[in-house]
Design a protein around this ligand. Structure first.
Ligand code: SF4
Length: 468
């Protein structure tokens, strides 16, 4: 029996990146940046700093505040820093796979922090191994450093152009040399990456919420296909020789990004609220109250309530002090795992017709347990509206539903999911309305987990552990 129980079964993000160039407090700023990006990965975190001549690093399993303290940060000297928080989507969750990943090549240090999944990593790795390359990790990100090191004699710019010409898939990455930061975003632009300014230095971050915390000024997004070089000669942009249509991950907006971030030019809070407003137009309901399961449907529920006029209630209370795992008392107390984190307000919900707004249903098991609890405390009707279409297809671009078998909507109709979850009714936001809520043209988004229309062909043999 598993002694530890993960409190909720929800999709996981691949990673978050934060980097600083040209600042006295590079390590401390990166610590705060990673703190702001903790939602993007909770398995491990790390930081590499450079003083222009050599690198220092610290990495460990766990959360950012558990890994770094004042003493460790004081030891990470240098005016450049590269940090990473990880949730594993390629390679197991272990210290050897924690990032930034650093190598020594021809007497020089190179470190990488990567967000996304490369779809051709298996093939490149086996070609490199056949030519004698030795790998230290089971992460796709290591492949990028091998390719970069191979062309490094031609100069950083050319090495990066040659590297990105060979890798396929989703990558927002930052490579740090002893005196330069090189940011690159794949030509599809699946994952976000943005550039900011702090005093006379620069910062790079997966999301803008980290800029707010360190009081950096947002300059712009790193463009899809762009390679941005920040070094002693200033800042320079070059572009990948591979052209592709933009396909920015709509699930970043729906679920992963923090609501106080701007991602792909959109404010995430306002996007989610618009989803709720459009749900209210698509599904008028006769219920007593509308509520989210915190924090997944919060902003869409606000939008739904404002347009429909139905009162918004926080019918379920979240315990903010629950850690990532807790000891399960016994097999016979299985529901304890759910209620320790979210507890319904019985007096509010008893005898009420309740509409829940959710941001997604992935496996359906969490929704089923929660709905059972609402019925047990006396809700007379329980309806659910989801602020995106059903997830029917796997994602190989850095989100952890990499096989269709895990997705309830891949093998059940909406009616069957309704019955499985124990709902009176279930509705999903139409895809056209979801795209409308983004203000981004359909052709610039990845919608593959809803439509099966993959912008880059996926590798059917891909699994999280395929490089092991
Ligand atoms: S398949 Fe879905 S989760 Fe994956 S990148 Fe595309 S939109 Fe995002």
């Amino acid at each position: 029996m598993n002694r530890f129980l993960s409190p909720v079964c929800r999709p996981k993000e691949a990673c978050g990146i934060f980097a600083v160039y040209g600042h006295e407090e590079a390590a401390k700023l990166t610590y705060f940046g990673l703190y702001a990006l903790q939602h993007r990965g909770q398995e491990s975190a790390g930081m590499v700093t450079s003083n222009g001549a050599g690198m220092l690093e610290h990495k460990a399993m766990g959360l950012v505040p558990e890994i770094f303290d004042e003493r460790i940060l004081d030891g990470l000297k240098g005016r450049m820093a590269l940090g990473h928080v990880r949730y594993s989507t390629t390679g197991s969750s272990s210290l050897v796979n924690a990032q930034p990943f650093r190598i020594l090549y021809a007497g020089k240090s190179l470190a990488i922090a990567h967000n996304g999944n490369l779809v051709n990593a298996r093939q490149i790795r086996s070609e490199l191994e056949n030519r004698g390359s030795i790998f230290q990790t089971t992460m796709d990100s290591e492949v990028v450093l091998h390719l970069t090191a191979k062309s490094f004699k031609k100069g950083q710019e050319q090495a990066m152009i040659e590297t990105v010409a060979q890798i396929k898939g989703a990558y927002s990455l930052v490579i740090m040399t002893e005196d330069t930061l090189i940011a690159a975003r794949d030509p599809n632009g699946f994952r976000p990456l943005c550039l900011g300014r702090i005093d006379s230095g620069f910062v790079l971050s997966s999301e803008t919420c980290a800029f707010d915390l360190v009081e950096a000024e947002y300059i712009r997004d790193v463009e899809p296909g762009e390679i941005l070089i920040i070094g002693p000669n200033g800042i320079k942009s070059v572009y990948s020789p591979i052209e592709s249509r933009k396909s920015q991950c709509v699930f970043e907006l729906i679920y992963f990004a923090r609501p106080d971030s701007n991602v792909f030019g959109q404010n995430v809070y306002l996007f989610r609220k618009r989803q709720g407003e459009l749900l209210a137009e698509e599904y008028p309901m006769d219920v007593d109250l509308v509520m989210p399961f915190p924090d997944s449907g919060n902003y869409a529920a606000i939008g739904y309530a404002q347009v429909s006029g139905i009162p918004l209630e926080m019918g379920v209370i979240r315990n903010h002090y629950v850690g990532r795992t807790f000891i399960q008392p016994s097999q016979s107390m299985r529901d304890f795992g759910v209620q320790v984190k979210l507890n319904p307000v019985k007096e509010l919900l008893k005898g009420q017709r309740v509409l829940i707004i959710e941001d997604s249903i992935i496996r359906g098991t969490t929704a089923r347990t929660r709905i059972k609890t609402l019925r047990k405390i006396g809700a007379t009707e329980v309806h659910m509206l989801v602020s995106c279409p059903p997830h029917r297809f796997a994602c190989n671009y850095g989100i952890d539903f990499s096989t269709r078998g895990e997705l309830i909507a891949a093998h059940k109709s909406v009616e069957a999911i309704r019955d499985f979850a124990g709902l009176d009714s279930l509705g999903y936001l139409d895809i056209k309305n979801m795209v409308k809520a983004t203000h981004i043209p359909t052709g610039d988004l990845c919608l593959a987990c809803f439509t099966g229309d993959y912008p880059i062909p996926i590798d059917d043999k891909f699994t999280k552990h395929c490089l092991e």
